[in-house]
Design a protein around this ligand. Structure first.
Ligand SMILES: [Zn+2]
Length: 236
């Protein structure tokens, strides 16, 4: 009885996570890959795109939030060996930092892709996803912890249920956060003068996470649909 509890509560939670399948759109294949560029060219291209994205991201941030630090610092990850990645964080003073690794700066095919990835990361900050994700993780842990208590399990089982709860809670909303960030990222990239439909072709080269229940990222075709729909909405 005790051993089946985690599986049971995951099933119970899964019912309230995903009820409909969001629409998706096929991602067109890029016509040809761009010529390879050297690290100096990649860094120059990054600085040029960052300088155009930053003021637009800051303006959208100020328009959509109150009391939030919107002074983005956009930087290249100093770790030369870090794998291809981009992420959003806050420094000690609460300043939002957007970081791209050197591998990703070389991996993108053009400035539209670079701009789209940066705009997407800026959107995570504007939409408060770091804090909301932490809240979801905490709420999931509390919910599963109480279910375990109700089921009359011992303290060890409750701790296990809390861990699983934090995991499910922390993952269950992040697909939605990714789609939200793709939507606002499309607006930011477009307003900065880049083409999000070309930029989002970056998805064709990253592994598609598919529609896994606990995957942190939505399938690429869903993400591309959001970009297309947003462009139709803003008349881009
Ligand atoms: Zn993201």
């Amino acid at each position: 009885m005790r051993r089946v509890l985690p599986a049971l509560v995951i099933l119970m939670l899964s019912g309230c996570i995903s009820t409909t399948t969001p629409p998706s759109a096929p991602i067109p294949q890029p016509t040809r890959a761009s010529a390879p560029i050297n690290p100096q060219q990649a860094q120059a291209r990054f600085r040029q795109v960052a300088a155009r994205i930053e003021p637009v991201a800051e303006r959208e941030c100020r328009r959509r939030t109150q009391g939030v630090n919107c002074d983005f610092l956009i930087r290249i990850d100093p770790d030369k060996n870090a794998p291809s990645n981009a992420y959003q964080s806050l420094d000690k003073t609460g300043r939002p930092v957007l970081t791209m690794t050197q591998a990703l700066i070389r991996d993108v095919n053009n400035t539209d892709e670079l701009a789209f990835v940066l705009a997407h990361e800026a959107a995570h900050h504007v939409q408060g996803h770091l804090a909301r994700q932490a809240q979801n993780a905490a709420a999931g842990a509390v919910l599963l912890g109480s279910l375990a208590t109700l089921a009359g399990t011992g303290p060890n089982d409750i701790a296990t249920a809390q861990d699983i709860g934090a995991f499910v809670g922390g993952r269950s909303y992040s697909k939605n956060f990714e789609l939200e960030a793709d939507k606002l990222g499309t607006i930011i990239a477009h307003n900065a003068g880049y083409d999000p439909l070309k930029g989002a072709l970056y998805f064709t080269r990253v592994p598609d996470p598919g529609d896994r229940f606990l995957g942190t990222h939505p399938p690429n075709a869903q993400r591309y649909y959001v970009v297309q729909a947003t462009m139709a909405e803003i008349g881009g």
